[in-house]
Structures are given as structure tokens and as C-alpha cells.
Design a protein around this ligand. Structure first.
Ligand SMILES: Nc1nc2c(c(=O)[nH]1)N[C@H]1C(S)=C(S)[C@@H](COP(=O)(O)O)O[C@H]1N2
Ligand SMILES: [Mo]
Length: 404
């Protein structure tokens, strides 16, 4: 990979934690390999995010958050329906992994599995596959809005609108793999475990209920946008759980454990749980476990945006786990008055939808809002209750735009 000269990346990470970033960067002569492929042109006017050992991809098109784990996509870089992999957001709980596909194995085990399996990459690739266009969104996307809109900051990475992207995925239905492993009728929980040992819980893991695991659209995905899964997005294999929060889409999958008991781990008891006065604790969780995503919309504009006074065609993206987007409205006065935007075809299940509107922008400071409605009749609500970790914010987002 580029960016680390001849130093092996894993050693680089070890050295970083042992000696501290500054010393190692100095010893490497800034860690940048002058012969490496040059970074893409910075796509926004702000300074490029610094390259970090936490990721393989060029980080310059992103907003890199201070936690070193979150590359927020800039929606203004997106034009079509599919997010190019180089602009696709990344969220890690530790760092991106380099997995050797020749020695990689996926094990399927647990007390509800009668025929445990150890599958190779070739085994997976030989199975019948499905292709889905599907958005992937972090449960914390829009989290910053709790502070900006409700005046109460939630804990966690302060994502604005770029903790989401839309990809074309190819994979094997998890259902087929579980069926050949002899999943029994008494199965309750399916635990997906990643290989990232440096995450707070050894191997990032997330439980999904058996009904969702057996849904024919829940995939073990090996391809994004016609290419092998990029390393930052879980090569060689990740879960794709359409409509569910990003944390269920476990990357660098290594083990799947199916059990008769309902399983509780960090990621469904304290993390990825809606905690607050309006969320009654369920099971061993401190609140309601975040499972399906919620309807949202956002503008493909920098935050904040500055536009020249003229007629503009503005676009953005709306998505819902409950079916196609039927309507998107926009407002220039913080939601007092709404007009309809055009929602573009195609409307593919699980995909986000592109919307557009024309705005004859005259000088001034504006708060532009959008509000989506899906075919099932769900609309972005005026107000949602606060939750401590700031998941699933889906009130209309007040986008600051200055027209000069
Ligand atoms: N193994 C593993 N899988 C993981 C994570 C992780 O840290 N480790 N992060 C999860 C979270 S919180 C999100 S939002 C998505 C992000 O997927 P992406 O980085 O491909 O955009 O991956 C999920 N899968
Ligand atoms: Mo996430």
C-alpha cells in the first residue's frame, strides 16, 4: 500500500502505539512515500484530511474525525446514485485490516448449528450470488444535529450528514450458508464476528435475530461496485443487512455463531442502544437496541455552503429502510413553508433516492431543510426524543447556506 514506504503497516501501527505518533513519523521521514501514487485532487475547498495509518484509502476526499476511526463522506462529491468506493464513508472501531485471503476462513458454529462449517474464500465465491443496491449508514449519522438542533450534544463521533453511502453489492445469502450448516428450528440469535482484534471487544461483533439473518436479502458480501470489497470496507467478506444500522454490517467476517439463547454483547447492551427517558430498557440492554434505520434526507452541499446569487439546481439524497422514497419537500425558512422537490428514478429497493430542486438564490443567509416521505407513509418527524449516544437522528436537517 502507499503511504508507509517500506515499513510494514502492522509494524507501523505497533511502532505508533509504542513510540508515539510524532517520533515514528519523524523516523519515517514523515511516513509519506514520495514515489507513491499522488493523492486525488482535494475535492472540497477545505484542507485535505491527513493520511492516517488507520485506513488504506486516500483520506483527502473525507472529513476525518479526531477519533481516527471515522471518515465522513462529503455528499457534495456525489452526483449519481452509486457512491464511488473512493468516496464511500468508513467507520471503524479500531483500524482497517489487511486480511490474507489464502489463509482466511469463515467458521459457522454454535449450539443451533448441526453441521459446523469452515469455508474458504473460493467456497464462498462458488455459491449462487445476489446483487443488491443498498445504502449503508452508521447509526450515528446526523448525530451532531442533537447538539445543533436540540441544543443537547450526544456522546460519540459528531457526524453531520456524511455517515452514509450507497453501493452495489454482490454476495451470498447468509440464509444459504446457515441452511447448509444445518441451522436448527430453535435458533434465536446469529452473532457476526469480525477479525479486528484491537476493537474494544475482541473481534467486533453484532447480534442479529434469526429472522433477519434468514431474510433472503441479508448477504455475505464480497464485492462493492463491481470490484472485490476494498480493505477498508471489509475484504474479503462482510455482512450486508439491508435497512439495518451500519454496525450490523460486520466487516472482515471470521466467525458466525448461532445460538438458542438470545445473546447479549457490548454492541447490543451499551453501544448501538437508544438510551434515554423515552427508551425503556430491553433485556440486558440499557435501552432499546438500534436495529432498523430511519427515514432521512440531506443536501449534497458542503456544510456550511456558500453559493453565488443565481439560479441553482440543488440535489441531495433521501433514504428509508421501509421502501421507496415517495416525496421530498424543501424549505428555505426552517420548515415554515415547504415546496416539492423532484424525486428521480430509478427507485431501487434499499437504495437511496436522488432528489432535485431549482432555487433562484438571492443574497442572504438561509437555513435550507429537506423532508422525505416514503411509500409506507413515514415522514421525517419535527422532533424526536433525545438519546444519550445520539443514534437515529432523523428530524429535517437545517443546512446553513450563505448566498453572496
Ligand atoms: N469488523 C468490523 N465491522 C464493522 C465495524 C468495525 O469496526 N469492525 N464498524 C461497523 C460500523 S459502526 C459501521 S457504521 C459500518 C461502516 O461500514 P464502512 O466502513 O464500510 O462504511 O461497519 C460496521 N462493521
Ligand atoms: Mo456505525
Amino acid at each position: 500500500m502507499s503511504g508507509f514506504g517500506s515499513m510494514n503497516r502492522r509494524r507501523f501501527l505497533k511502532a505508533l502505539s509504542a513510540a508515539g505518533a510524532a517520533a515514528v513519523l519523524a523516523a519515517c521521514g514523515d511516513s509519506r512515500d514520495p514515489d507513491a501514487t499522488p493523492a486525488a485532487e482535494p475535492v472540497a475547498d477545505e484542507a485535505a484530511a491527513p493520511q492516517s495509518p488507520a485506513w488504506f484509502k486516500d483520506t483527502s476526499p473525507f472529513i476525518a474525525h479526531d477519533d481516527g476511526k471515522s471518515l465522513e463522506a462529503r455528499l457534495e462529491n456525489m452526483d449519481g446514485l452509486i457512491t464511488p468506493a473512493r468516496f464511500f464513508f468508513v467507520r471503524n472501531n479500531s483500524v482497517s485490516l489487511e486480511v490474507d485471503v489464502d489463509t482466511w476462513r469463515l467458521s459457522i458454529e454454535g449450539d443451533s448449528i448441526t453441521n459446523p462449517q469452515t469455508l474458504t474464500y473460493d467456497d464462498i465465491r462458488a455459491l449462487p450470488s445476489r446483487t443488491l443496491v443498498c445504502y449503508l449508514e452508521c447509526a450515528g449519522n446526523h448525530r451532531a444535529m442533537f447538539g445543533l438542533v436540540q441544543g443537547r450534544q450526544a456522546k460519540g463521533t459528531q457526524w453531520k450528514t456524511g455517515g452514509v453511502s450507497n453501493g452495489e453489492w454482490v454476495g451470498v445469502p447468509l440464509r444459504d450458508v446457515l441452511t447448509s450448516a444445518g441451522i436448527s428450528d430453535d435458533a434465536v440469535s446469529v452473532l457476526l464476528i469480525g477479525l479486528d482484534t484491537e476493537s474494544p471487544e475482541q473481534g467486533f461483533r453484532r447480534v442479529i435475530p434469526v429472522a433477519k439473518a434468514l431474510h433472503p436479502d441479508t448477504l455475505l458480501a464480497y464485492s462493492l461496485n463491481g470490484e472485490d470489497l476494498p480493505r477498508d470496507h471489509g475484504f474479503p467478506l462482510r455482512a450486508l443487512v439491508p435497512g439495518w444500522v451500519g454496525s450490523t454490517h460486520v466487516k472482515w467476517l471470521g466467525r458466525i455463531v448461532v445460538t438458542k439463547e438470545r445473546l447479549w454483547t457490548r454492541n447490543n447492551t451499551t453501544s448501538y442502544v437508544l438510551i434515554g427517558d423515552d427508551y425503556a430498557p430491553e433485556g440486558q440492554a440499557l435501552g432499546q437496541v438500534a436495529t432498523t434505520q430511519v427515514i432521512k434526507s440531506a443536501l449534497a452541499l458542503p456544510w456550511p455552503a456558500t453559493l453565488p446569487a443565481q439560479r441553482h439546481e440543488i440535489h441531495g439524497y433521501a433514504h428509508s429502510p421501509d421502501g421507496p422514497i415517495q416525496r421530498v419537500e424543501w424549505s428555505l425558512d426552517s420548515g415554515e413553508n415547504w415546496r416539492d422537490a423532484a424525486v428521480r428514478e430509478p427507485q431501487v429497493q434499499y437504495s437511496w433516492a436522488r432528489f432535485e430542486f431549482e432555487w433562484d438564490a438571492t443574497p442572504g443567509d438561509y437555513t435550507v431543510m429537506t423532508r422525505a416521505t416514503d411509500a409506507a407513509g413515514n415522514t421525517q418527524p419535527d422532533e424526536i426524543p433525545f438519546n444519550e449516544k445520539g443514534y437515529l437522528f432523523h428530524q429535517p436537517v437545517p443546512h446553513p447556506v450563505q448566498v453572496t
